[in-house]
Design a protein around this ligand. Sequence first.
Ligand code: SF4
Length: 328
Amino acid sequence: MTAEKIYPWGDSRRLNSTAGFYKRLFGERVQKLSIDAGFTCPNRDGTYGRGGCTYCNNDAFNPSYCRPEKSVKQQLEEGIVFHRRRYRRSNYYLAYFQAYSNTYAPPGKLKMLYKEALDVPGVKGLVISTRPDCIDDKILDFLAGMQERYFVAVEYGIESCYDKTLEKINRGHTFSKTEETVRKTAAKGIRTTGHIIFGLPGESRDEMLAEAVTLSALPFDALKFHQLQIVKGTVMAEQYRSNPMDFPLFSHEEYIPFIVRFLERLNPNIQIDRLTGETPPDFLIAPDWGRRRTYTILEEILRYMEEKNTWQGKYYEPVETRILYGKE
Ligand code: SF4
């Protein structure tokens, strides 16, 4: 019997998973619990823009226990019961401030909400989702101070490395803003993560693959990816209805080899939060992936990697190497 290969990230999975990192850090599985703390979004209320990002419908990913009229404490307590009933039992939780922009409030209010979450028994830390243009030095310093006692991660909506795409989807910020904020967050020692969508209008597959190189050069701890899904109640749903050919949506069959090629080029030090998204069937317009669940697709991706004998970072080249061989 041959010994199982252990990859540099410390386990035998062919990708550097955040789940594996949590296990090593906390000694067991950790469950993220979503919260809707009643934040709004500066890209909706006119501060930076109106109408929001064209693909966005926050109702599509809020679990049933997660409602802004409930307190943060109540949502977390109900979330713990919900997850204990459905999935494997966890003893440790991370409060996931997920809906809208979770740094979009005065510092005093943010501190109060984050503290309320950390006071719930079993909650070991925070994951705070926000926009790269919706965080300042004051909040970053506060989060940096908090992480001396708790696990704290900030998750930025990046979506694309291309300004032409960001404009098309009405993100209201540029990629250079993302770069600036990511570097600043990491420099303060805060766990820095981000979110990318594949299949956005106007991007070729090669451009999407090239994002692996761009993202690899930034100081991310972890990244989360998903295929573009057209969700009911969004601006994009209307655009898709009028011009479906403008949307290079991935089929399930195409996505698996694509994401594996992408991972091969990605910096192996960047952990992978997730590789696909899962919109509830009642909200989903396209693409139809046959109601496959996230975890079954992950198994398919890992099987494909095994068949191809490949792994995250197999073809990753650090920036210095690319410059040395004239590839820049
Ligand atoms: S995706 Fe985020 S930034 Fe964009 S409109 Fe929705 S909540 Fe606002």
